[in-house]
Design a protein around this ligand. Structure first.
Ligand SMILES: Nc1ncnc2c1ncn2[C@@H]1O[C@H](COP(=O)(O)OP(=O)(O)OP(=O)(O)O)[C@@H](O)[C@H]1O
Ligand SMILES: O=P(O)(O)OC[C@H]1O[C@H](OP(=O)(O)OP(=O)(O)O)[C@H](O)[C@@H]1O
Ligand SMILES: O=C(O)c1cccnc1
Length: 489
């Protein structure tokens, strides 16, 4: 199938990536090896975690990164403030021949992740590693955000199916399609988005709109006609005129369907008091001999409303969630960033790089990093960010320090089982990672969320999962900050 992210997306970038690339090329530094990390600082929605998502499309983008003649012709037209071309022809020729040749390590999609952990680490020629920043961020920030939102919505639904209905309210075409993908990874059971279904193999599901009912003289007639046309797909939207009368009309249509050898799937509520109406509808459906009929509810739902409806013992069995999910309404962007972490010196060693900030949280972790996740018998116990070039000794009990609050420290036992979260996904620009199927990624997300303590998944003031820098690494970071401050003041 044609790919969304795999067709000449080299211009899907901010201009400054290309002007910096030109600068590196001019200075003869384009090939100097660099390391960049992509990470966010705080989980979204005031929550305690995020669900990593978007790696496969990001890899698709990297694998096919090319500057076509068409792209270069456009770049050749760009002018500086003196009305002269911004880029030399020789640089454009360099871009024409350029093939992505970096090494990429990443945390697999569907993994639970926390602030400051590199989701992706890129190592390679600085020019290449720089120009992919914007596209990587746009892909991973959005999908991680939506997968996290979906995980929260599905958590509230307590195992009942959540249908993603968001396309019509999504942020444009790719917003809609990639939100469907991320929502499925986050736990949604299906999408109404047919193109996402075709592209990604996500189950597609749906009911019908009010317009269907309004196009007939009566609701009863509308349901009967729908049942004649689609006897195997009947979920009747009952709230166009009077919801409980609508339920009665659905029951009548359901009875006729049954006589014809089919079974009504259920009803959908889309307005009014969803707790009261679902409880009444359940009673009516049960009394009429339809105990298995689903009650789908939609109408600006999110994780909080679903939780409230659950608390009210609403008899909803399927949750249709659109706008608030695919637009991540309460936090419409994840603040993921992409920062230079190290530069290769002429002698082959790495020079760690740091950006100072007034705010401690904004000081990036320097050097080439890996994340080690420790487990105990209850699930995930703590994550240690450490320096790949100076890892803690295998027999040591490492101590981790929260760089945002150095009083938060934790000693980890070397006997505690652990795994390295970043895995090699590209070497010298070639894919070295067997891409898991979407359903495997979704399954991984499910297992990962189950390994996370409920207090960390709490919506209000979640427990802070222990993530810290390995002690010696923390000390080196501190020394570097002090050195940089001394140089720059
Ligand atoms: N029992 C309930 N408890 C909490 N919130 C509810 C309950 N029932 C419905 N809601 C939510 O209240 C909000 C308003 O719903 P309501 O149907 O009153 O307004 P509306 O969306 O303007 O309706 P309409 O579609 O008829 O214009 C929706 O987000 C809905 O999901
Ligand atoms: O509320 P959301 O979470 O965004 O879920 C999607 C909404 O989209 C539809 O409404 P719309 O008014 O667009 O069409 P309809 O005539 O099918 O109700 C549907 O009925 C839901 O209310
Ligand atoms: O199938 C549905 O019920 C549906 C689809 C999109 C948006 N709202 C509802």
């Amino acid at each position: 199938m044609d790919s969304l992210y795999g067709t000449s997306l080299s211009l899907l970038t901010d201009l400054y990536e290309l002007t910096m690339a030109y600068g590196y090329w001019k200075a003869g530094r384009g090939e100097q090896e660099a390391v960049f990390n992509l990470f966010f600082r705080k989980p979204p929605f005031k929550g305690g975690y995020a669900l990593a998502c978007g790696l496969e499309p990001a890899l698709e983008f990297l694998q096919t990164l090319r500057f076509t003649d068409d792209d270069l012709a456009y770049l050749a037209e760009l002018k500086g403030s003196d009305d002269q071309p911004l880029f030399e022809v020789a640089f454009l020729d360099y871009l024409r021949d350029m093939r992505f040749s970096c090494d990429v390590d990443a945390i697999p999609e569907g993994t639970v992740v926390f602030g400051n952990e590199p989701l992706v680490r890129i190592q390679g020629p600085i020019l290449q590693a720089q120009i992919i920043e914007t596209a990587l961020l746009t892909i991973l920030n959005f999908q991680t955000l939506i997968a996290t939102k979906a995980a929260r919505v599905c958590q509230s639904a307590q195992g009942e199916p959540v249908l993603e209905f968001g396309l019509r309210r999504a942020q444009g075409i790719d917003g809609g399609i990639s939100a469907s993908r991320a929502a499925y990874i986050g736990g949604c059971a299906a999408t109404s988005n047919v193109l996402a279904g075709k592209r990604y193999g996500i189950p597609v599901k749906g009911t019908h709109a009010h317009s269907w009912v309004m196009s007939f003289d009566s609701e009863a007639e509308a349901f009967a006609a729908y049942a004649r046309a689609l006897p195997n797909n009947c979920i009747f939207l009952v709230d166009t005129y009077n919801t409980l009368e609508g339920v009665q009309h659905a029951i009548e249509a359901g009875k006729r369907l049954r006589e014809a050898g089919h079974e009504m799937n259920g009803i959908r509520l889309d307005s009014g008091d969803l707790a009261y109406l679902s409880i009444e509808a359940r009673r009516m459906l049960d009394e009429a001999g339809f105990p298995k009929a689903s009650i789908v509810a939609s109408n600006d739902l999110d994780e909080y409303l679903i939780r409230s409806l659950k608390d009210q013992d609403a008899a909803i069995t399927v949750w249709g969630v659109g706008t608030n999910l695919v637009t991540a309404y309460d936090q419409p962007a994840l603040g993921g960033v992409y920062k230079l972490a190290a530069l290769r010196r002429n002698d082959g060693t790495w020079e760690p790089k740091i950006k100072l900030s007034e705010q401690t949280i904004k000081v990036n972790n320097p050097g080439r990093q890996q994340v080690r996740r420790y487990r105990n018998d209850r699930g995930f116990a703590a994550d240690m960010i450490y320096d790949l070039d100076a890892p803690p000794a295998a027999d040591q009990a490492p101590v981790i320090i929260d760089p945002n609050d150095i009083t938060r420290r934790k000693r980890l036992s070397p006997e505690t089982p652990s795994e390295e979260l970043l895995v090699p996904v590209m070497r010298a620009g070639k894919l070295v990672y067997p891409l898991p199927s979407l359903s495997d990624v979704r399954q991984r997300a499910h297992q990962q969320l189950a390994s996370l303590h409920p207090t960390i998944k709490r919506f209000e003031n979640p427990h802070l999962y222990p993530v810290g820098l390995e002690e010696a690494y923390y000390q080196r970071k501190l020394d570097l900050i002090l050195k940089m401050k001394a140089i720059n003041t």
